[in-house]
Design a protein around this ligand. Structure first.
Ligand code: GLN
Ligand code: ZN
Length: 769
C-alpha cells in the first residue's frame, strides 16, 4: 500500500479489555468481598483503579479511542440486565436492599434464591448470565454504570466510546423466565426495550459521548426474516432519535450475511465489523452491497480471540480495500480483547523466539495502533514494525516446532482405511460381547472420581518442589488403589482408574504432547471470577511417550474386572485450547488424532479392552453459521475415527458427551463409529434415550441415571425408574448404567452412596428382564 493522502486520520480502537488486572486484582477483590474480607468501598476503589490503569495502558499503546462500560464485576450481559431493569422477580428484594449484593445474588444465587442460568457467549469459552424475560417484564432505565464509567474515562482526558450490548442481541440471548410459556419469544419485547436504550443514549450524550457502540453479535448467526426485520426496525428507531451520540453498530465472531445489507442501510453513523477467520468473506460482501458511503467503518482486522501475532502486511491489504468502501476507516480487533490473556511479556518459560509469535491483549493494541498509523501516514511510517513482523512470521513459518516433517508425512499419508474400524459395528458388538462377558445393563462411571484435598495438595507440593515426582506418583497410586477397591466392593462391572493424575482433561494431555505450549499468566475469564489458562496449540503435534498407559495398567493390575482407559478426544483438545491459525483446523485435528491414536493403540497393546475417548466439546464447537456445519462435522468425526480406528474388533470404544440436547447432530454422533456412548440424561428423565431411538441410533447407550451436578444422593427406586424409562427406548442388550458425567467435583460420601444405589438399581431392573 502506498502512502495515502487520507482525509481523516485513522483511529486505533478496541471494544473491550481483559477485566481482571495484571495480578487478577479484580478476582481477589470480588472474592474477598464475598467472604467479607473486603468492604464494598474497597471493592469499588479497586475496580475504579483498574479501569483507570487499563485506559491509560491502552492510550499509552496508541489506542486513540478507548472503550468504556466493558468493565464488569461479573458479566456484561448481567450489567445490561441491570441497565434495562430486567431484574427477575426472585431477586428484586435483594437488589432493592443492596444493589451490589443483589447483583451478586443474580450472578451466584444465595441461600434462598437461585442465580440466573449461565451459558456460553456465542462460540467462545466465556459464559454470560442469561436474561430472564416474560410478557410482563417492565423495563426501567438505570444508566448509572455506563454513564459513570464514561465520565471516569473522559476525566482522564481520553477520547472514549461507551460500548453496550445492543437491544436485539440482548433479547435474542434472553430466555423465558421460569414459569413462563417456553414458546414466549423475548424479541417481542423490542418495542418496550427501545425507549430504555433511547434514554441511556441520551444520558451518554449528556455526559459527553460523541459515539456509542451497540454490539450485535447475534446478527452473525442465522436469523429468521422476522428477526432481521426486528433488527432493521430497532436501528431505524434508534437512528431516528435526535438526542443521541453517533451510533456504531458492532458485530463479531462471524460474517453478517443477510444482516449486512440492512445494517448498511440503517440510519446509523458507523459499523464495526469482523474481517478475520470466516468473517474475512465480509470484505467482498461489503463491496457487494455498495460499501458504507457516508459512514464510519471500524475494521476488526486483528484477531481478538486468538493469541497469534498479526500479519500486518496482509491486514494493510485488507484495510486498503476497505478504504474504498467507507467514508472513514478505523482499526480494531475483531472483538473485545476479553477473550485473550493480557501480556506476553510476563511469560518466562516460553522460548523468547516463540514468544514473538504470540500477541496477547497488550501486543494486539500495539498492532492495532501500528496499522492505524500506517493507514494515516503510509507504510513508510511503520517500516521498522513491518520488518520485525515479517521476521516473526518467517520464524514461525520455518520453525521445526510448526513444521515437523515426520508429523506432516504421517498426516498426509492418512487414508480412508485408517479412519475405519476393521469390522462394522454389528460384528464388533458380537465380538465384544463374547470377549467382555458383561451382564445385561452393565454398570460403569464416566472416568473421574472425587479430586480430594490431599490430591490437590500433593499436586501443589510437587509444583512447589516440596515433594518429588516419586512421592507424588505414590500418592496417585494410593488413590487408584482406593478407587479400584471401592468399585470392586460396590460391584461395578467396568472400572476406571479415577483420573487422579489429572488437573484438567485438556491440560494434562497438552503438557505431554509435543507442539503444545503452557503459559504461566495466560489467564482468560471463563465466568465471573473464574479464569482458565488454556494451553496454546502452537506447532505440529506428536506424542513422545505414552501418557496414560502406566496409570491404567496399574489400575488393571489390581483387579480382574475390565478397567476402561480414559482419553480426551481431538475435538475437545482443540476446543479448550488456543489453536494455531496458520493451517486449517481440520489439519490440526488430524495431527492431534494421530497422537491420540498412538495412545489408544498402546493402551490396547497393554491389555486394555475398553477405551473411552471423551468429546464433550463436539457440539459446542459447531460453527455459528449452519452453512459451515457439515464441513466441520466431517473433519471432527473423522478425527475421532482416526483416534480410535486402529483397535481390534473386540476392543470396545466408548465416548462421552456432557449434554442431552443434540437432535441435530445425531448423524454425526453415529458417524463417530464408537461402540458405546454415555450422555447426560438424569435431569431430563432419559429424554435423550428416546431421541436416539427415534433417530434409529443403533449402538449401545449409557444415558446418565445419576445427576452429578448436585450433592444429592439418588435413591435406588428413583434410579431404577430411570432405567425402566431407558428400557422403553433402548433394548436391554444396548443399555448401560452410568452417572451423567465425571465425579471429580463431588465429595466421596455422596459419591459412594450414589454409586452403590446405582448398582443396586441395575440389579433390581436386571431381575425384571
Ligand atoms: N472422563 C472425564 C471425567 O470423568 C469426562 C469429563 C467431561 O465430560 N467433561 O471427568
Ligand atoms: Zn461429561
Amino acid at each position: 500500500m502506498t502512502a495515502k493522502s487520507a482525509a481523516a486520520a485513522a483511529r486505533a480502537t478496541v471494544y473491550g479489555y481483559p477485566r481482571q488486572g495484571r495480578d487478577r486484582e479484580l478476582k481477589k477483590a470480588v472474592e474477598g468481598y464475598w467472604k467479607g474480607r473486603v468492604t464494598a468501598d474497597a471493592l469499588r476503589t479497586t475496580a475504579a483503579e483498574l479501569r483507570a490503569a487499563h485506559w491509560r495502558r491502552l492510550a499509552a499503546a496508541g489506542i486513540d479511542e478507548v472503550p468504556t462500560g466493558d468493565f464488569s464485576y461479573y458479566d456484561h450481559v448481567l450489567d445490561t440486565s441491570v441497565m434495562v431493569g430486567a431484574v427477575p422477580e426472585r431477586h428484586r428484594d435483594a437488589v432493592a436492599a443492596d444493589p451490589l449484593d443483589g447483583y451478586f445474588a443474580m450472578a451466584r444465587g444465595d441461600r434462598t434464591v437461585a442465580p440466573l442460568e449461565m451459558t456460553k457467549w456465542f462460540d467462545t469459552n466465556y459464559h454470560y448470565l442469561v436474561p430472564e424475560l416474560s410478557p410482563n417484564t417492565v423495563f426501567a432505565t438505570d444508566s448509572g454504570k455506563p454513564v459513570g464509567e464514561l465520565r471516569e474515562a473522559l476525566a482522564l482526558g481520553l477520547t472514549a466510546r461507551p460500548v453496550l450490548v445492543g437491544p436485539v442481541t440482548y433479547l435474542l440471548l434472553a430466555k423465558p423466565a421460569p414459569g413462563v410459556d417456553p414458546a414466549f419469544e423475548p424479541l417481542t419485547l423490542l418495542d418496550r426495550l427501545l425507549p430504555v436504550y433511547a434514554e441511556v443514549l441520551a444520558d451518554l450524550r449528556a455526559a459527553g459521548a460523541e459515539w456509542a457502540q451497540l454490539d450485535e453479535p447475534a446478527l452473525v448467526q442465522d436469523r429468521t426474516p422476522a428477526e432481521l426485520n426486528a433488527a432493521a426496525r430497532a436501528y431505524r428507531e434508534l437512528g431516528a432519535l435526535t438526542d443521541r451520540p453517533k451510533l456504531l453498530v458492532a458485530s463479531y465472531f462471524d460474517r453478517l450475511g443477510d444482516a449486512l445489507p440492512l445494517l448498511a442501510k440503517a440510519p446509523v453513523e458507523g459499523l464495526a465489523m469482523d474481517f478475520t477467520g470466516p468473517a474475512a468473506a465480509d470484505v467482498d460482501a461489503l463491496a457487494a452491497v455498495g460499501g458504507l458511503p457516508g459512514k464510519r467503518l471500524v475494521a476488526g482486522v486483528v484477531d481478538g480471540r486468538n493469541v497469534w501475532v498479526n500479519d500486518l502486511e496482509r491486514s494493510l491489504t485488507t484495510l486498503g480495500t476497505l478504504l474504498g468502501l467507507a467514508d472513514r476507516v478505523d482499526v480494531s480487533a475483531s472483538c473485545s480483547l476479553l477473550h485473550v490473556p493480557l501480556d506476553t511479556a510476563r511469560e518466562r518459560d516460553v522460548d523468547p523466539q516463540v514468544l514473538r509469535w504470540l500477541a496477547f491483549a497488550d501486543q494486539k493494541t500495539v498492532e492495532i495502533s501500528t496499522l492505524a498509523r500506517a493507514l494515516t501516514s503510509g507504510t513508510d511510517a511503520v517500516q521498522a514494525e513491518l520488518a520485525a513482523n515479517r521476521a516473526d512470521l518467517a520464524s514461525r513459518a520455518n520453525s521445526p516446532i510448526t513444521r515437523d516433517p515426520a508429523v506432516r508425512a504421517r498426516a498426509a499419508a492418512v487414508g480412508e482405511v485408517e479412519t475405519r474400524r476393521s469390522q462394522p459395528y454389528a460384528d464388533r458388538a458380537a465380538a465384544q460381547r463374547a470377549a467382555l462377558r458383561l451382564p445385561l445393563l452393565p454398570t460403569t462411571t464416566i472416568g473421574s472420581f472425587p479430586q480430594t484435598t490431599e490430591l490437590r495438595t500433593a499436586r501443589a507440593d510437587l509444583r512447589a518442589g516440596r515433594i518429588d515426582t516419586e512421592r507424588y506418583e505414590e500418592r496417585v497410586r494410593a488413590e487408584i488403589r482406593e478407587v479400584i477397591g471401592f468399585q470392586e466392593k460396590a460391584g461395578l462391572d467396568v472400572l476406571v482408574h479415577g483420573e487422579a493424575e489429572r488437573n484438567d482433561m485438556v491440560q494434562y494431555f497438552a503438557e505431554r504432547l509435543t507442539g503444545y505450549l503452557a503459559t504461566q499468566h495466560g489467564w482468560v475469564q471463563s465466568y465471573g471470577t473464574r479464569h482458565v489458562r488454556p494451553p496454546i496449540l502452537a506447532g505440529d503435534i506428536s506424542r513422545p511417550e505414552p501418557m496414560t498407559v502406566g496409570w491404567t495398567g496399574y489400575a488393571r493390575s489390581l483387579t480382574d474386572r475390565p478397567v476402561k482407559g480414559m482419553l480426551t478426544g481431538p475435538v475437545t483438545m482443540l476446543a479448550w485450547s488456543f489453536v494455531r491459525d496458520d493451517q486449517p483446523l481440520a489439519d490440526t485435528a488430524r495431527q492431534v488424532a494421530l497422537a491420540l491414536r498412538d495412545e489408544v493403540d498402546d493402551l490396547e497393546a497393554a491389555g486394555t479392552s475398553v477405551i473411552q475417548v471423551d468429546e464433550p466439546a463436539l457440539r459446542e464447537t459447531l460453527p455459528l453459521r449452519a452453512a459451515d456445519r457439515a464441513a466441520y462435522l466431517l473433519w471432527a468425526t473423522e478425527a475421532f475415527r482416526l483416534t480410535t480406528g486402529g483397535v481390534r474388533p473386540e476392543t470396545q470404544i466408548h465416548t462421552h458427551m456432557c449434554y442431552a440436547e443434540f437432535g441435530d447432530i445425531v448423524r454425526a454422533i453415529d458417524d463417530l463409529d464408537a461402540d458405546v456412548i454415555s450422555l447426560e440424561a438424569a435431569r431430563s428423565h432419559m429424554r435423550v434415550a428416546s431421541e436416539l431411538a427415534v433417530h434409529g441410533y443403533p449402538r449401545e447407550v449409557g444415558p446418565g441415571v445419576y445427576d452429578i451436578h448436585s450433592p444429592r444422593v439418588p435413591g435406588v427406586a428413583e434410579i431404577a425408574e430411570l432405567l425402566r424409562a431407558g428400557l422403553r427406548a433402548i433394548p436391554a442388550e444396548r443399555l448401560w448404567v452410568n452417572p451423567d458425567c465425571g465425579l471429580k467435583t463431588r465429595g466421596w460420601p455422596e459419591t459412594s452412596t450414589s454409586l452403590e444405589n446405582l448398582v443396586a438399581a441395575a440389579h433390581a431392573v436386571r431381575a425384571e428382564l
